[in-house]
Design a protein around this ligand. Structure first.
Ligand code: AMP
Length: 279
């Protein structure tokens, strides 16, 4: 595996492959890799001849300084995992390579950022789109892979890349979970053992919602789910929303189509998100 740290070298590297008709898959990550990331890489390996993984802890998508500072960084381990996964190139740029000039770009996301993570993490999606579009400009992938774990992010990236005229496929990949159902996340290592135990309640609540959503009022199920989550000691529920998976607008019992349940909850100092199609 080749490790590339500058934008110009990365572009030169993929250009020679692209000129020869090679299809390039990109898996953008913030490192602290786990099986969830590796499942995206596996998929990219199956669908492309050349796979690039980027590790870039994007400062502009963190709306809280403490969150950026305590974000886990395990570069040596990540490198080993990527080598074992037969990744062709690791793109590991500095902040200056991604943002050569300190200019914040502002994107109109056509309302997809109006709910859930949007209002709760001001500036977050703007920062995500600024970094992702820069990575796409540098790597020019045929396909880019993102997890359904970050459901709203995936919807916004699909929409914005289309809106901005990128010629690539955005591939959404299913959420990988721990044995007790907790969605794998780089942040899980920050949970204390007692918090880690409690964290499985998120999956339980979403699964229960899914089980009953065909037969009961989804609005009353939502209230029950909120009650359960609010009772978890040491937790603070930020939101639990039932939304239309395409528009991300909140739904009610009159909904005919699919429903996605999305949740963000704090356990101690760690913010966890998850989602599930419940209908
Ligand atoms: P991150 O490093 O957390 O920014 O994640 C990089 C990519 O991996 C994003 O597209 C995430 O949605 C995806 N991802 C994170 N956790 C999981 C998971 N448990 N299962 C599948 N994909 C994931």
């Amino acid at each position: 595996m080749i490790i590339i740290t500058t934008a110009i070298e990365m572009t030169n590297y993929v250009n020679s492959a692209l000129r020869n008709g090679v299809e390039v898959g990109l898996v953008p990550t913030m490192g602290a890799l786990h099986q969830g990331h590796l499942s995206l890489i596996d998929r990219a390996k199956k669908e492309n001849q050349l796979v690039v993984v980027s590790i870039f802890v994007n400062p502009v998508q963190f709306n809280r300084k403490e969150d950026l500072e305590k974000y886990p960084r395990t570069f040596e381990l990540d490198k080993t995992l990527l080598e074992q996964a037969s990744v062709d190139a690791l793109f590991y740029p500095s902040v200056n390579e991604i943002y050569p000039i300190d200019k914040k770009l502002v994107y109109d996301m056509d309302g997809l950022d109006a709910s859930m993570e949007g209002p709760n993490r001001p500036g977050h999606f703007n920062g995500v789109i600024q970094a992702v579009t820069r990575l796409l400009d540098i790597v020019q992938p045929t396909r880019a892979y993102f997890g359904e774990k970050d459901f709203q992010q995936l919807a916004i990236i699909k929409h914005m890349t289309q809106k901005l005229g990128y010629n690539l496929e955005i591939i959404g990949c299913p959420t990988l979970r721990e044995a007790d159902g907790l969605a794998m996340s780089s942040r899980n290592v920050l949970l204390r053992p007692d918090e880690r135990k409690k964290a499985s309640v998120i999956f339980q609540v979403l699964s229960q919602l899914k089980k009953e959503a065909q037969t009961k009022s989804i609005m009353s199920l939502k209230e029950e789910a909120i009650d359960v989550l609010k009772k978890v000691k040491g937790s603070k529920l930020e939101y639990l929303e039932l939304v239309n998976p395409d528009t991300l607008e909140p739904v009610d019992d009159s909904i005919d189509g699919s429903v996605q349940a999305c949740v963000a909850i704090w356990l101690g100092g760690v913010r966890l998100i998850d989602n599930m199609q419940v209908k």
